[in-house]
Design a binder for this molecule. Structure first.
Ligand SMILES: Cc1cc2nc3c(=O)[nH]c(=O)nc-3n(C[C@H](O)[C@H](O)[C@H](O)COP(=O)(O)OP(=O)(O)OC[C@H]3O[C@@H](n4cnc5c(N)ncnc54)[C@H](O)[C@@H]3O)c2cc1C
Length: 434
């Protein structure tokens, strides 16, 4: 199993290249093996390392650590989400539990950056759920009531105010939520790599090909060697399905971001010098758009069913066209050729937008499937799955385990057919919003 991805991620390419990359070459045994070094795997390793300073922990990634979705996302550390079907009061207790998990996720990231004095362009500027369609007012109003019930500060804005705040007249209406943070995702995950405890050995560019239980040990097969571990934690998120983990409960989807060059002073003046902001779409297939701290525009407006193991540059070209259209719609006054970098990444979804956090067999654990909101929850679930795998418990685990569990998926080919038709239908509904 090889993972190929484009090398286009602007967040990663703006950081210094890492050195001393170690690849797995020889057989060895360890107490723990963790598969996947994104927010989840790195947080699990950090926690496990501190709980067991004398145990040998091996963390392995198929690519460079952190260079999966954890560096490739749009950088919204969310306290609330709109597109999980929660626009009515019906499932309010489920939604409440979900927001409590988000809250703990933000707390976990905040604690991490404070403890290690991390600069990841953290900005507690809140976020907007915005739309260019006034018909979405009804949904936003209902959502605002739910947020009020749950004590989330929020406010509805209309076009004139939005123009002043965002520098675009595209949006007719938006619900602003005060909670939620914007950050640089690659800086955050890089920091998690930098502070790994001494007893965690990190191996990269080393895809695990197969695994099995063998005489009470877990045997993992890599290209040129095998590892033997007493316990294993799977943190492969969008690749859990390819590894056969909880296969009937999660599936991968591909999202693509583009980021412009830094806007010139003149361009920035044209937009009215807006402060850093982030918009999430009201319609699920609409665009996520940000203006970053260093005055770049970031946009994501595609969701696709593709092979997560093969994300090459070739696939990017047609999506960049959609990004150009999305930027032009919002900022017609800017030049057309301002996109500097584009990249795709894999998210893990479940049918009912619930996450996976489980012991799946003796000594075998898994955390993942964050349905596109994994910065905080990934950090939280990583730390907490380590505690669970260490046979301990916590208030956080109690809360996580009260969430609804992912629903069973239909078998193939019905699953792919169902996802494609749903995406197509949502895409048509949101054509104006890309
Ligand atoms: C374009 C995009 C935008 C997004 N925007 C946001 C956002 O704004 N806010 C938010 O909260 N979330 C967002 N997400 C989702 C978020 O990035 C993920 O939920 C989060 O990164 C999950 O972290 P993780 O550590 O579980 O998984 P990942 O970061 O995907 O890490 C999993 C790792 O497992 C490794 N792996 C897989 N298979 C193997 C194997 N066989 N052997 C060894 N290693 C293996 C992979 O190489 C990968 O590095 C976005 C995602 C994408 C793609």
């Amino acid at each position: 199993m090889n993972i190929i991805n484009d090398k286009g991620c602007g967040w990663i390419n703006n950081l210094q290249k890492r050195k001393n990359i170690k690849i797995l070459t020889k057989n060895q045994s360890c107490d723990w093996i963790i598969i996947g070094a994104g927010y989840t795997g790195l947080s699990a390793a950090r926690k496990l390392g501190s709980l067991n300073p004398y145990k040998k922990i091996i963390l392995v990634d198929a690519q460079l650590a952190g260079e999966g979705a954890s560096s490739r996302n749009s950088g919204y550390l969310v306290d609330t989400t709109l597109n999980d079907g929660f626009t009515s009061n019906k499932d309010i207790s489920i939604y409440k539990n979900k927001t409590e998990i988000y809250k703990l996720g933000i707390k976990a990231v905040k604690k991490f950056i404070k403890e290690h004095q991390i600069n990841c362009d953290w900005n507690e500027c809140g976020k907007y759920f915005a739309s260019s369609d006034t018909n979405d007012y009804k949904d936003l109003k209902k959502f605002s009531e739910i947020l009020n019930n749950l004590n989330f500060e929020n406010e509805i804005f209309f076009q004139d105010d939005l123009k002043k705040k965002l520098g675009t007249s595209f949006y007719e209406i938006a619900l602003y939520t005060k909670g939620g943070v914007l950050l640089n995702p690659a800086k955050l995950v890089r920091a998690m790599i930098d502070v790994l405890p001494n007893n965690v050995q990190l191996f990269e560019n080393s895809p695990m090909v197969k695994w099995k239980k063998n005489n009470g040990l877990i045997e993992c097969e890599f290209k040129s060697c095998n590892l033997f571990a007493k316990k294993i934690i799977f943190c492969a998120n969008g690749f859990l399905n390819s590894l056969g983990i909880k296969k009937n409960f999660n599936f991968p989807l591909i999202l693509t971001d583009s980021m412009t060059r830094t806007l010139s002073d003149k361009e920035f003046d044209l937009l009215g010098k807006p402060r850093e902001w982030g918009v999430l779409p009201v319609k699920p297939m609409g665009a996520t758009v940000r203006i970053t701290k260093d005055r770049r525009i970031l946009i994501r407006n595609t969701v696709e069913v593709l092979n997560p193991l093969k994300m090459e540059n070739f696939n990017l070209k047609k999506r960049i066209k959609f990004h150009e259209i999305g930027i032009k719609k919002r900022f017609p006054e800017l030049f057309t050729n301002i996109i500097e970098s584009s990249w795709s990444g894999v998210v893990c979804r479940s049918r009912n937008s619930s996450q996976i956090f489980e012991k799946i067999d003796n000594n075998i654990f898994v955390a993942g499937c964050y349905n596109g909101s994994g910065i905080g929850v990934g950090t939280l679930f990583g730390e907490q799955i380590a505690i669970k795998a260490n046979n301990e418990t916590s208030d956080e685990i109690n809360l996580i385990e009260r969430r609804i569990k992912p629903n069973l998926l239909p078998p193939q080919p019905f699953l792919d057919l169902g996802i494609r038709s749903k995406l197509f239908y949502e895409r048509i509904k949101a054509l104006k919003e890309i």
